[in-house]
Design a protein around this ligand. Structure first.
Ligand code: ATP
Length: 299
């Protein structure tokens, strides 16, 4: 029987996000291009004989503020375990150790990535025969971004973002992610949205080669950006700084506050260091697109 499972859960970016309308269930219909990047939370799930489920925050990367990380039933890892317990009748006993590198409540989907990792770990540790697609359907009850992390590493998301179709993506690029130390609530952002229905949805054409990718970047836009900027105007300054460094595109991810620049060459270390300077408290990280969303380190 497998007793240990290590999973690296990546962050996601939204390379463009169009809000198409408000739904009867209170959510919004969106169209977005999701891409997983190599900024990982590292999770180790260890099955034990008894004792229920406990979470241990081992380490938090510099600039990730752990205040928003619940260690109780509010944690999405625990919610995912409980969901599997309900679906299967299993009573889990697990210890989960977490090295958190994805900034919390940042528009990078860290909680959803961790939840997806927990769903996958449960299937491995308890030998549950369920397809990734079905696991994604379970996960969508907890959060609309979770199915993405159980699917392909680049996908178009429709509906709440949980109706996915894989996309072929050119991957020779880098991002500089900047997460300023401000809290922007996703709920408030969607609540404050002045819907521009009928406005042209971002272009989600083919971006499998460099030219197609660059053309797609030029036409992409995040409809949530205007609302996020009203709530955190310092993001405008960061957008300017990322453009000055030659970004091919600068976007807010999800409902922010993370903003990122896309670069066709690896950003020099001096650039990154200069963005880190000045005591702004922002977390500045360089990342690249990955080919597998959830990396199972130890089978
Ligand atoms: P999204 O882009 O999917 O909207 P996000 O990246 O903005 O999400 P998360 O880091 O997923 O935000 O956190 C959203 C909320 O979930 C936070 O308020 C946080 O307290 C809570 N949360 C619960 N479990 C976790 C977890 N394992 N990691 C991060 N946040 C968690």
């Amino acid at each position: 029987m497998r007793t240990r499972c290590e999973i690296w859960a990546p962050a996601k970016l939204n390379l463009g996000l169009s809000v198409l309308g408000r739904r009867m269930d209170g959510y919004h219909d969106i169209l977005t291009r999701f891409v997983a990047v190599d900024l990982y939370d590292q999770l180790v799930f260890t099955r034990r004989i008894s004792g229920g489920v406990s979470l241990h925050l081992q380490d938090v990367s510099a600039g990730v503020r752990p205040e928003g990380f619940p260690l109780d039933e509010g944690n999405l890892i625990l919610k995912a375990v409980r969901l599997v317990e309900r679906e299967t009748g299993i009573r889990a006993s697990l210890s989960v150790s977490i090295r958190k590198a994805i900034p919390i409540a940042a528009g990078l989907g860290g909680g959803s990535a961790d939840a997806a990792a927990a769903l996958l770990a449960m299937t491995r540790l308890y030998d549950i025969r369920v397809s990734r697609q079905e696991l994604g359907a379970w996960g969508s009850q907890l959060g609309a971004d979770i199915p993405f992390f159980l699917g392909e590493s680049a996908a178009l998301g429709r509906g709440r973002g949980d109706e996915l179709s894989p996309i072929a993506l050119f991957r020779q690029w880098w991002v500089i992610l900047v997460t300023p130390p401000v809290f922007v609530s996703a709920k408030d952002v969607y609540g404050d949205l002045r819907l521009t229905l009928g406005a042209k949805a971002a272009n989600f054409d083919d971006c499998r080669d460099r030219e197609g990718f660059l053309a797609a970047l030029r036409r992409s836009h995040n409809d949530l950006e205007a609302v996020v900027l009203r709530r955190a105007p310092e993001i405008l300054l960061w957008q300017g700084r990322l453009r000055e460094q030659g970004a091919a595109g600068v976007f807010v991810s999800g409902s922010g506050p993370t903003v990122f620049g896309v670069y066709m060459n690896q950003p020099p270390e001096e650039t990154v260091q200069s963005l880190r300077g000045g005591g702004t408290g922002a977390r500045v990280v360089v990342a690249r697109p990955v080919t597998t969303p959830l990396a199972l380190v130890v089978q």
